[in-house]
Design a binder for this molecule. Structure first.
Ligand code: GLC
Ligand code: CA
Length: 568
């Protein structure tokens, strides 16, 4: 595997709307990010991914772009963006943007022109189909946010357009070279501005299995999940390879793909040397237990499920490339609320969870607030929900006869809103999210009620906080003494069949490190594969870690303990 500048880094996702509001209108903004750059530098992260800040009606929180070349006034101006790029650079930070090109917004000029003239140039930027009255829709695919993927083209009775996400997110027709040229022009425009790359949204959807056809119905709504279509779609590599050659490679851009449904044999093409992307996310843990029939039919997951998913990806990728590893993002509930057993929310357990994922082979990502151990929020009624996907899943559960209270409990646990509440900077008003609040102004989404205790200000002052532990994790991963093991070393699962223990070795040329985590209340005594030379990290600083039995090769881990040991 080729060595690249970004492999030794730590990446951080900013959800701008909820990060820091500099002008008191309740919406986080670019000036807010600029004000917190020193914080991010001191935390130790290097690559900052911004969820979309382009002009957008925010039907899907900015993942519906109305103008790829401008900033939404709610977030600031292009001047603010240029300032952010420059200020980040001064601090050695890299900005990457969200590249959303499977679809745009129905308010994008391309789509508006397609509505005016479906036969013209812009009509061909989309998937349009004629459907005469009484005829069925072209296919029975279900959109990701519920309902059919076909909607009537505004202004036309018998023309329909395709949207695999929300109806305000019409799919772009990648089969059309003219559209692809427009997309590449836009990507290069941004890269020329000085951003370091992109996180690439929903990219696997750009290739449709053609000619389009229907699939077996799998829910009461009479529609079919589009997973099967995506599996049948051949030839996405032509688009991705072209995009790499025309945009990413000439700029040596760092890119990370949001990729689901990839075919195992395609992994080297995606993230091997010279692949389409620098990296892609490991979603094996986040999709655990998920049912295509709705969140209410998901299976509960156990610590062992988590471990097997994590190792499964590691084995699949091996040394082919560098996967990106996450605990959470803006599409998922908070990792500590989802992966730790119900009711276990202690700082020790949160640190243990962090230790387990942070040192596997790949690039670790932190989602804003994760470094504080931020938790799922409290949502008391469905009217309080903002996220379109949560609202859809609630409806699906109700239609499947789940009692309303139960349906609410289920969707709230998994809601994307959990990750989207404002960052908890202080224990003061609105968790310090708004720098100045105009009278009556409130954050766009209510702050998590636990902000009085759980906030950066409190954690920065407490040496044993989750936040200070994250700083240690980052420092250790970047310690040049351990680069051979922690960045480039092999990952070897250890005690893989021991329940509630996630342990692995990172073996470099000159060092071998052992990461051990105990996922239960009760202590576990576990064998060691060699002598411990040094304890590099311990989430229970005052616990006594002497190898048991006067140096015999076993060690006792307390409940929720995590250790990083150097063997020798
Ligand atoms: C990705 C984004 C998600 C969005 C979807 C449609 O999955 O992460 O937030 O809803 O794409 O763009
Ligand atoms: Ca603002």
């Amino acid at each position: 595997m080729e060595k690249k500048w970004w492999q030794t880094k730590v990446a951080y996702q900013i959800y701008p709307k909820s990060f820091y509001d500099s002008n008191g209108d309740g919406i986080g903004d670019l000036q807010g990010i600029i004000r917190k750059l020193d914080y991010l530098r001191d935390l130790g992260v290097d690559i900052l991914w911004l969820s979309p800040v382009y002009v957008s009606p925010l039907a899907d929180q900015g993942y519906d772009i109305a103008d790829y070349y401008d900033i939404d006034p709610r977030f600031g101006t292009m001047q603010d963006m240029d300032q952010l790029i420059a200020e980040a650079k001064k601090r050695g930070l890299h900005i990457i943007m969200d590249l959303v090109v499977n679809h745009c917004s129905d308010e994008n000029i391309w789509f508006r022109k397609a509505c005016e003239d479906p036969e013209g140039r812009y009509g061909k930027f989309f998937y349009l189909r004629t459907v005469k009255p009484g005829e069925p829709l072209p296919t029975n695919w279900r959109s990701y946010f519920g309902g059919p993927v076909w909607d009537r083209l505004p202004g036309h009775d018998d023309i329909y357009y395709l949207h695999v996400f929300h109806k305000k997110q019409p799919d772009l027709n990648w089969e059309n070279p003219d559209l692809r040229e427009e997309v590449y022009k836009m990507i290069n425009w941004w890269l020329d501005k000085g951003i370091s790359g992109f996180r690439i949204d929903a990219i696997i959807n750009i290739k449709k299995a053609l000619p389009m056809r229907s699939y077996p119905v799998d829910r009461e709504d009479g529609l079919a999940d589009i997973g099967q279509m995506l599996e049948e779609a051949e030839g996405i590599g032509e688009f991705l390879g072209e995009m790499r050659d025309r945009c990413f490679a000439p700029h040596d851009a760092f890119t990370v793909g949001e990729v689901f449904h990839e075919k195992p044999e395609d992994i080297p093409l995606f993230i091997g040397d010279g692949g389409y992307f620098s990296s892609m996310y490991d979603f094996a843990e986040s999709v655990l237990g998920q049912s295509p029939r709705g969140w209410h039919r998901n299976d509960p997951i156990t610590p062992d499920d988590y471990k097997h998913a994590l190792f499964g990806t590691q084995k699949k990728i091996g040394n082919t490339g560098f996967i990106s590893i996450i605990l959470e993002n803006h599409d998922q509930p908070r990792g500590v609320s989802y992966f730790l057993p119900e009711g276990v929310r202690t700082p020790a357990a949160k640190k243990m969870l962090a230790t387990g994922y942070f040192f596997v082979r790949g690039l670790p990502w932190i989602y804003q607030g994760q470094e504080l151990g931020m938790e799922n929020t409290v949502i008391r009624s469905i009217e309080e929900v903002d996220d379109i996907s949560t609202l859809d899943q609630y409806r699906v559960a109700i239609e499947d006869d789940v009692p309303a209270e139960e349906a609410l409990r289920i969707v709230v646990r998994q809601s994307r809103d959990n990750a989207r509440t404002p960052y908890q900077w202080t224990g003061g008003d609105n968790a310090g999210f708004m720098e100045t609040a105009a009278p009556g102004a409130r954050p766009w989404l209510p702050v998590n009620p636990n902000y009085r205790e759980l906030n950066l200000e409190a954690e920065a002052a407490d040496p044993d906080s989750v936040y200070n532990y994250y700083r240690q994790l980052i420092r250790l991963r970047k310690d040049p003494a351990y680069t051979d093991a922690l960045i480039y070393g092999d990952l070897v699962p250890y005690l893989e069949e021991t329940s509630n223990a996630l342990c692995y070795l990172r073996k470099g040329e000159s060092h071998t490190l052992l990461i051990m985590t105990n996922w239960q209340d009760a202590p576990q005594t576990l064998p060691l594969p060699g002598q411990v030379r040094k304890v590099l990290l311990n989430n229970m600083e005052d616990s006594d870690i002497r190898p048991c039995d006067g140096g015999a090769l076993s060690i006792r881990l307390e409940g929720w303990q995590a250790l990083v040991l150097e063997l020798g």
